[in-house]
Design a protein around this ligand. Sequence first.
Ligand code: NAD
Length: 462
Amino acid sequence: MTAASDVVPGTYDVVDPTSEQVIRAVPMADVEQTDAAVAAAKAAYGPWRAVAPADRGRLLRRFAEQVDTHLEELAQLEVANSGHPIGSARWEAGNVRDVLTYYSAAPERLFGRQIPVAGGLDVTFREPLGVVGLIVPWNFPMPIAGWGFAPALAAGNVVVLKPAELTPLTALRLGELAREAGLPEGVLTVLPGAGPVVGRRFVTHPDVRKVVFTGSTAVGKAVMAGCADQVKRVTLELGGKSANVVFADADLELAASSAPLAVFDNAGQDCCARSRILVQRSVYDRFLELLGPAVAAVRVEDPSLESSQMGPLISARQRDRVAAYVADAPVAFRGAVPDGPGFWYPPTVLLDVDPANPVLTEEVFGPVVVVQAFDDEDDAVRQANEGPYGLSGSIWTRDLGRALRVSRGIEAGNLSVNSHSSVRYSTPFGGFKQSGLGRELGPDALDGFTEVKNVFYATGVS
Ligand code: NAD
């Protein structure tokens, strides 16, 4: 097996998780190079901010068109770098295009308010922040990058983007496409590097005015603590342990057939994964009867195949991490994985887990789901709200009143009723509790990339 390691000093060997082969050695920025990139971004900020709103929108639309033209290339790159099924990777590249298109309308719609006061005119402006440091994880390299840079750029900021060590390839290509689309140099800079080097420098650098971080809750807390020193703005998208709540009156066939991909999509490496299925006790056995074949039907295979629904995990380290969670838990049933190389881990269903087992409360970030029973509505909400996270979740019921009550009762930022959808570019996304801080996407994201300025213009005495 070829390990991802620093064989050439200052470079990182990017590994294809399906073949386990090194596909490219990527230079890693050090602190000096990070400072130089921040300085170049700062120099680009004034001119970028001054670009007329309609022109800024036009440039973002051109960037979106470039992404669209290169959609297949970006998708194939993600299959190689991340092991995402090709169908998912195409969706991810398309999402970057769509998010750019959505926010290309924002420069001309960053409205302030006029507030009635005596003696003059009072108006608010939404000013950009300056240099934004974007720290991206390895699980969705393209969408998570786009959710940060598209609204940030639309609001007049400039962006330095650090991809995850494991998955820099699509981010690097997006940086090139931005330049080809006509975005001036320094407006979007992609800077591969180590988290504790480049990411940390974003936190400590006085000219980086905001950090947008997606990743583990542990590192997110350290980023937030570091930002406090400069009262630096921060958006955090962290872990999740989301519940898929199935009531006895639900369409059980649909709930059971859709449950596997609600957690095993992206091999479970998804902060929105519905990794706890809570089933009303009266239909628990029936639900499990339906779930077994649905899990077995998940197509775990070479991600370059059109039919693939689940690829390998991102790394051997992640596979070990996932396996450690399952070591002491009773496996009820699991799917199959291909033979040969690749960081494969089968879709795995756990039942009757000891209440003290961390697999019930911690984010596994792998294709592992726990099924538990609940008694009534209050019990369902209580169980769904257990633990430190509050990102996502699903509710299955045909009772509209119950759907409303339970969706208001669950402490999570993104819920879906009778479906598993949680991310749309036009609606806000983010977490309650330790799942995060702030909102990405939709109209709300622009609040995170602007400061409100209030100005009073005295009209004088007439
Ligand atoms: P991580 O939090 O270490 O890495 C996320 C990003 O932060 C990467 O770009 C990394 O380089 C950067 N980073 C690391 N240390 C940093 C520091 N000190 N300062 C600034 N930036 C830093 O996550 P990981 O180690 O790649 O994954 C570990 C676990 O985190 C996963 O198993 C999963 O549970 C969780 N995770 C969650 C998400 C999510 O979307 N919520 C994404 C990735 C990982």
